[in-house]
Design a protein around this ligand. Sequence first.
Ligand SMILES: NC(=O)c1ccc[n+]([C@@H]2O[C@H](COP(=O)([O-])OP(=O)(O)OC[C@H]3O[C@@H](n4cnc5c(N)ncnc54)[C@H](OP(=O)(O)O)[C@@H]3O)[C@@H](O)[C@H]2O)c1
Length: 266
Amino acid sequence: MKVEQEGIRLWARPCGSRVTKDQRVLTKSWSCGRRQLRSRFLKSPFTHARSVRVASPDPVPLTRCLLEMEAAKGNKKPVRVIAAVCNNRGIGKDNQMPWSIPAEFQYFLNTVTRVSRPGNMNMMVWGKQCWVSHPDSTFPLPNILHAVLSKTLLTVPDHAHFVCESLDAAVRLASEPPLADLIEIIWIVGGVQVYKEAMEHPWCDLIYLTDIMAEFECDVFFPEFDKKLFEVQDSFPDVPNGIQEDNGIKYKCQVYKRKTAGKDQQ
Ligand SMILES: NC(=O)c1ccc[n+]([C@@H]2O[C@H](COP(=O)([O-])OP(=O)(O)OC[C@H]3O[C@@H](n4cnc5c(N)ncnc54)[C@H](OP(=O)(O)O)[C@@H]3O)[C@@H](O)[C@H]2O)c1
């Protein structure tokens, strides 16, 4: 059974099992208050199910058009990219991070889990490989709903909340009811394809890029982005200034801001 809600199809499924036709579905009864929504969504609406799969086979222009409708309704969510990049633009090797810098990882966690109001949440959007490369011990993360991007996954992985077939599907999920009231920021945490798409997304306002000041052997690389559109900031709230060092590796936390972005972002 499935429900069509403004073009997004939502299935509920028990964690760890396959999506089947007779599983319970999300319904419009989701339209409720924030507290009710949290308990309904994360706990009880489907006694066995805590995760949903979101499919968006729409062609991109239609999806973007629907996103713009949400933006017009005031439901536009900031899409923000966060990555650590070494001297040769490398970001990963053998599906792992090429370096170990605990303080930089803590900065990443602090940044993505920060919300302006207790009870609000952020959405983290992960490529499938990136998700599987993270050890179970990373989870749960406070204040986060996790969306894993994949066109092939049939089940929602442990600790994740959604599987989405595209970045646009994830952005729509976060910016439309019932999640719109809950989500503050959509954090894009890699890998390469989703970084690239996110930095071209019209709602992408900030790119948090840590410059790892060393060379590491890598097999995946951070995509180029438009430096005429995004401008590096001299300083930024909650971002350490100057060169940092941990585990013998120097690094610099930087933020690139979209030049045309509104002035309410900082
Ligand atoms: N340094 C950093 O800050 C950083 C951050 C993140 C990741 N990394 C590193 O990057 C590497 C992993 O990145 P990766 O690029 O190889 O893999 P990835 O993006 O994590 O995973 C690729 C898979 O994710 C799905 N996917 C990705 N983008 C999608 C999209 N826009 N729409 C639908 N599905 C999408 C596809 O799965 P299906 O084939 O199932 O459709 C694709 O095959 C690891 O080495 C990791 O350590 C580093």
